[in-house]
Design a protein around this ligand. Sequence first.
Ligand code: GA4
Length: 320
Amino acid sequence: MSFTMRNYRPTTFFSGIPIIDLSKPDSKRALVKACEELGFFKVVNHGVPMEFISRLESKALSFFSLPLSEKEKAGPPNPFGYGNKSIGPNGDVGWLEYLLFTINQDSFSQRFLSVFGHNPEEFRSALNDYISAVKKMACEILEMMADGLRIQPRNVFSKLLMDEQSDSVFRLNHYPPIAGIQTLNSNNMIGFGEHTDPQIISVLRSNNTSGLQISLGENNWVSVPPDQNSFFINVGDSLQVMTNGRFKSVRHRVLANSMRSRVSMIYFGGPPLSEKIAPLPPLMKEKEESLYKEFTWFEYKRSAYNSRLADNRLHHFEKV
Ligand code: GA4
């Protein structure tokens, strides 16, 4: 490497990220172990066509390279639309710009369509192809989890994503490079602040730029080596509750300490709004009690949108 900048420290990558091969039925045990220990893993042989990934990435890049005034026509993200630096409704900020979509309702409103140039249908179809393939993979993973946990039916988790009313979200993030900005001195400017994801499962794909970190516990952050050909999966708060704490909803963040821009796309698989989120009875041992109060996804989401990004959102729902 030929970086001459004085304060630049190359990233040390964590080598302990579990790798799950989706083409091997045997992977289900490793998958459960990864969810219990880290709440995070990488999947290979995932079956999502590379062409879908690169097509959407290039559409996203062409959107993000539009003049700000054009992009703003798709905003503000309240909660769906274009956002720039501001995250959520409660004052959080990060070094990024993004597009947020709902999946099942039509978030391709006129506002969106107008910013995708002369051919919005091309963007819509790139988005649909990608999301359908990633959702299918997410469901396969959730079914392997149920198998690995030895619970039935094997679609206990995946049926929530497959439900017509599933409240799933999709986000395209662009973290511009920060080279040249004085804050490089600190070497840890926040791209997207630490948080856990509220949903069941999140499926992330990014280009080859580093930045993602996961927490191994109290202030112990490790950097995830980027891999543009694989997906990274994380357990969300709802899955932690459904497994009564057996699976861990991983805290993660993105640092914008890169010389290159980072583009990521994330599918957040969530349940229908009316769904009760509670530990699954077949997972409970004799006399085991739920660690959480009863709540619906609607209630959890409402409370999430009243929280700050870094808050421990499950705390509020824990039994004392
Ligand atoms: C974190 C995970 C997803 O990106 C997201 C985020 C959402 C937003 O950006 O609007 C939230 C955040 C996320 C959790 C707490 C609330 C809501 C910003 C925020 C401060 C789309 C989601 O579902 O929850």
